[in-house]
Design a protein around this ligand. Structure first.
Ligand code: ZN
Length: 150
């Protein structure tokens, strides 16, 4: 388990250093802002929604390594997915980071997102990890209010 944790740590640090899809999206038709006052993480999530498919997902912002890595992993995970599948992933992710029991993450559903399963041991970090997902949800709902984790 220690090896797995180290691997997870590596993936998170790597996504923080070189976040994927880290740019504004010129032809976005959905956008939302998220803020986690507890840590100071700020994110903008940009979506290109074509019919029911998230053809393009990008983000910008600044925050801690967990929030940035989570946003990077989130954009990779939902790009090309249907809105329904993206919401299912949101639910699976949310269950993983808030689960009371220390069960193994559902890797077949979560894929690389499982690297963030360790945050559930650090309640303050759960908000960092969840921020990108809440912001994504707001963008899908076309919610004009900025998202706050508080
Ligand atoms: Zn944070």
């Amino acid at each position: 388990m220690a090896d797995l944790r180290e691997l997870y740590q590596e993936v998170i640090l790597d996504h923080n250093r070189r976040p994927h899809n880290f740019r504004a999206l010129e032809d976005a038709n959905r956008k939302a802002e998220g803020y986690n006052p507890l840590c100071g993480d700020r994110l903008s999530v940009f979506l290109r929604l074509d019919g029911d498919v998230l053809t393009e997902v990008t983000f910008l912002g600044s925050g801690c390594a967990i929030s940035k890595a989570s946003a990077s992993l989130m954009t990779d995970a939902v790009k090309g997915k249907s809105v329904e599948d993206a919401k299912r992933l949101f639910d699976a992710f949310h269950r993983m980071v808030t689960a009371d029991t220390a069960g193994e993450p559902d890797v077949s559903t979560l894929g690389k997102l499982a690297v963030l399963s360790g945050v559930r041991e650090f309640p303050a970090r759960v908000k960092c990890a969840s921020l990108a997902w809440h912001t994504l949800k707001a963008a899908l709902a076309a919610d004009p209010e900025p998202v706050s984790t508080e």
